[in-house]
Design a protein around this ligand. Structure first.
Ligand code: FEO
Length: 170
């Protein structure tokens, strides 16, 4: 049996991860509208990864015989005003998610729920990569985004991103 508070936090996190997928699909649509198909591809794949995160949380709860409640997914913020602004919103969102993961980890640790801390170790590490990816995009955009050729090359680079399944298997 999982600790009740930990179980509830994990259940809420399923929703947060699906919201992340929704948010990044919104980003992907924004970039598509701007003619930046490479950026759109990058965020489309990011959305797939977020769905994977949600499904891993869901599977972990199922494995532990926990009851799961699927809540409504919030509408993404639709005030996307510039490519750089979107990238910055992406980084802020990942920093927010890191805080959520840390909160669950802390609750699991306090409850001596070590099967959950072990499960969450993957997510703690994943958040390092998520924040690094987001901040690298911002740096590249600031370096190259103001020049048409630079922006074109960056868009081409982001268009090469391909989906790969998560390394965590339950
Ligand atoms: Fe599910 Fe982007 O962290």
């Amino acid at each position: 049996m999982l600790n009740e508070k930990v179980k509830d936090l994990l259940n809420t996190q399923i929703n947060k991860e699906f919201y992340s997928a929704y948010l990044y699909l919104d980003f992907s649509n924004y970039f598509k509208d701007q003619g930046l198909d490479g950026f759109a591809n990058w965020y489309n794949i990011q959305a797939q990864e977020e769905r994977d995160h949600a499904m891993l949380m869901l599977q972990f709860l199922q494995l532990n015989d926990a009851e799961i409640t699927l809540d409504a997914i919030d509408k993404p913020n639709d005030k996307l005003e510039s490519p750089l602004g979107v990238l910055k919103e992406g980084l802020a969102h990942e920093q927010y998610v890191t805080g959520l993961i840390n909160t669950i980890y802390e609750a699991a640790f306090d409850a001596k729920d070590f099967r959950t801390t072990q499960f969450l170790d993957w997510f703690v590490k994943e958040q390092i990569e998520e924040e690094d990816n987001a901040s690298t995009l911002i740096k590249k955009m600031e370096l190259f985004g103001n020049d048409a050729k630079g922006l074109y090359s960056l868009d081409q680079e982001l268009g090469t991103r391909v989906y790969s399944a998560p390394s965590l298997v339950l």
